[in-house]
Design a protein around this ligand. Structure first.
Ligand SMILES: [Zn+2]
Length: 356
């Protein structure tokens, strides 16, 4: 993932306190990565900005058929849009969801597969200080009082409130990301590179659920061919739209919808797919991700509130810590409950292909 993508995430989470509002229509901001002078990755005859926009417009077309959904776009043309503008748009719209679409690229042509990033990270109280520092940039904006509806970055109580809400938001984001990855794998046969969290400090202050989808590697010949094709773009757009509808159904059940029946059957279909996949993947392992840190911790129980069987990996400058290692999701759910009981509120389940 290019560093620029990280910057997008970083800025996005800083600026979008979407939870502060409520409304009846479900608003989705579709964010086509890059644009204009910012091409993103260029490989195998494809430009990331073009693939992203193309897929985003197709997603929007499908979602617009649902009268309970309002679709907004960061851009609908090949134009350069500043990060701030993207966030502003989501902010002003009081959006419920932010979905950013990108393509991955690598110097090697070997890697392929789809992955989805969630804009969230489990945080300890020590990080509130860092969050405060990161949030203080808001004070530099002339209209912060108006723009942030009374959110005071230096007020600890506000921060604690935000932190709780953010955990909800994180769970929601992981839900959506899982729907997307599951459908990529089960419906489209794409390689599932899993759901990942970005280690971003400002996340204590972020509350609007959001995901960033890396459709696939345009640096891989075969995947580039797929992503450049009508079929590929249609298929990717369709399952992303279905995932958003499924998310809306599960998280915004209060609203009425003509397409509800369709969404529900979609959901049932997914449920049976999931059951099937659990049965099929006997040799798959599941773990509970309980935390991430810059510093290396011993995996003994005293460092993890008494939890035994904690493992650790190092990825992209961060240590990730996992609890347990079991064969089925249902067993892992028990571990997850244990971890949460111990205070790891934002712990979540990962499968082997997510732990690289
Ligand atoms: Zn990108």
């Amino acid at each position: 993932m290019p560093n620029k993508v990280k910057a997008y995430l970083y800025l996005f989470v800083l600026l979008v306190p979407g939870f502060l509002f409520s409304q009846s229509k479900f608003k989705v901001v579709l964010d086509a990565g890059h644009g204009g002078k910012d091409h993103g990755a260029i490989k195998n005859g494809l430009r990331e900005k073009e693939v992203a926009l193309d897929v985003v417009l197709r997603i929007g077309e499908i979602l617009s058929e649902n009268k309970d959904i309002e679709v907004l776009y960061s851009r609908k043309k090949d134009v350069f849009v500043e990060l701030r503008e993207r966030a502003d748009k989501a902010n002003k719209a009081k959006a419920d969801l932010f979905v950013s679409v990108h393509c991955n690229s690598n110097n090697s042509s070997t890697p392929y597969g789809s992955l989805t990033l969630v804009m969230g990270l489990s945080r300890k109280s020590t990080n509130l200080e860092i969050a405060k520092t990161e949030n203080s940039v808001i004070f530099q904006e002339a209209n912060y009082k108006k723009n942030y509806k009374g959110f005071n970055p230096n007020n600890p109580e506000t921060l604690i409130g935000l932190k709780l809400l953010q955990e909800e938001s994180l769970k929601s984001s992981i839900d959506l990301a899982s729907f997307i990855q599951n459908k990529f794998e089960k419906k489209l046969n794409r390689k599932n590179k899993g759901v990942h969290q970005q280690p971003l400090w400002v996340l204590d202050a972020t509350c609007m659920p959001g995901v960033l989808i890396e459709l696939g590697f345009i640096s891989n010949k075969k995947e580039a061919k797929y992503l450049g094709s009508e079929q590929g773009k249609n298929e990717m757009a369709r399952v992303i739209a279905q995932s958003i509808l499924q998310y809306k159904e599960e998280h915004f059940s209060g609203s009425v919808s003509d397409s509800r029946a369709e969404t529900v059957s979609e959901k049932q279909e997914t449920k049976s797919e999931e059951t099937a996949s659990v049965q099929k993947t006997k040799n798959k392992n599941y773990k509970v991700q309980i935390g991430t840190s810059k510093t290396k911790l011993d995996t003994n129980p005293s460092n993890f509130k008494g939890l035994k069987n904690v493992s650790r990996i190092f990825e992209k400058g961060y240590y990730k810590y996992f609890y347990g290692n079991v064969d089925t999701i249902s067993d892992c759910e028990k571990l997850l409950a244990e971890a949460k009981k111990k205070g790891y509120d934002t712990a979540f389940i990962v499968s082997d292909n997510e732990i690289k």
